[in-house]
Design a protein around this ligand. Sequence first.
Ligand SMILES: *Cc1c(COP(=O)(O)O)cnc(C)c1O
Length: 450
Amino acid sequence: MKNKSRRAFLKSTGIVAAGTLLTPSILSATDRRTPAILGGSPVRTKPWPAWPIWNKDTDEKIVVDDLRSGIWSRASLVTQFEQEWAAYIGTKRSLTVVNGTNALIASLLQMGIGGGDEVIVPPYTFIATVAAVLATGAMPVFVDTDVASWQIDAGKIEAKITPRTRAIIPVHILGLPADMVRIMEIAKKHDLVVIEDACQAHGAEIDHRRVGSFGHAGCWSFQNSKNLAIGEGGAITSNDGQFMDKCYSYHNYGNPYGSVVGQVNAGTLIAGNKLRLTEYQAAIGLGQLKRLQGETEKRNANAAYLRGKLSKIPGVIPYKLYDNVTKAAFHLFPFRYDKEGFKGLPRADFLKALNAEGIPCSEGYAPLNKMPYLENAFGSKNYRKMYTAAELDMHAFNDRNNCPLNDKLCNEEAVWFYQSLLLADKPDMDDIVNAIEKIHANAGTLNMKK
Ligand SMILES: *Cc1c(COP(=O)(O)O)cnc(C)c1O
């Protein structure tokens, strides 16, 4: 059929009518309408819940009282937040710091990790995970993604362990828990430190135990987009008192704290930094913390509902949680897009069409194991002093760190919805389903007209 006559055919019969014959079960009245990107009316025009949430009546007093007190540097509110955060996560201790990136850097440094060491990381994460490794002078080693769960593939970690490996940073990426039980077994066998990057996983659980309490340390971010939002902020959680004393000292110029003690009048003990949270940040956090559990429950209920509906659409492959996961944080709701289920419509065009229907969505991360920052780090004075030219050779690095499944996930498959969509109600989830079904039903037309 020539293009023109095919168009005329589609126009006279309606592409959707043709689609109806093939997949009658998933088509609703919505699907018969023209896609918004082709001039039809969008499935949704109602706004989605805003983020962060601020309740003037319950959240403001503690912040304003603090502002009026003039006690703005670290004092009792920061300590209170740390106590409540440790209790929530289920660790003995918590230390707040300026952000998640520095929670990771402080943890790595106080675990004694630095130049010449190798640290195992996933390629599917936010840049800060790897930036933290580079900040210590250690060498990141990438392990491919388990694309079903979107997490580091624990089954591929051991093949990457060398005599130089010192640590693993599992990231509970998107707020879905990594395979912690298996990772801790591997770490124990090879005597490795485990630092959980839980910056997207507030309230996520494995066997009813919260993530951030499995590794030797857990690292958190309270940046504005995160599920507990303070604007900026971070924390370290751990059961290791001596390690936490060192982190405290480090975050406070290296001054003595707890078990970090020297001779009287010896002065500053360790090479420190300055990473303290402010009182008004802690005051904001205390308000947000009151809502976290309720919000987490709501995200889980809506995610389960949405997942169930979306899994019936050909070409939509929802995330899988490991069997022992009892709760996820759903900082993002992901699915894999298979264009074969959408008549060959490329992901970029699917995303444009879905956004046009009033459903905000994104393609997510690019592969972190092949970006220019690595070459920049390896070309730095410090790296050139700490490693041989062969160790810093980019071609060899790329060969060692090839992650083909992650490449495909990033470049062709990943689709994300942001966590605040999951704070809407059940009928709002149906809008997401209806919009994707509409695009599915009209995929042929969309692919032809793109
Ligand atoms: C946000 C984030 C970080 C860094 O946290 P900041 O507070 O922005 O420094 C680290 N890792 C992951 C996975 C994150 O999502």
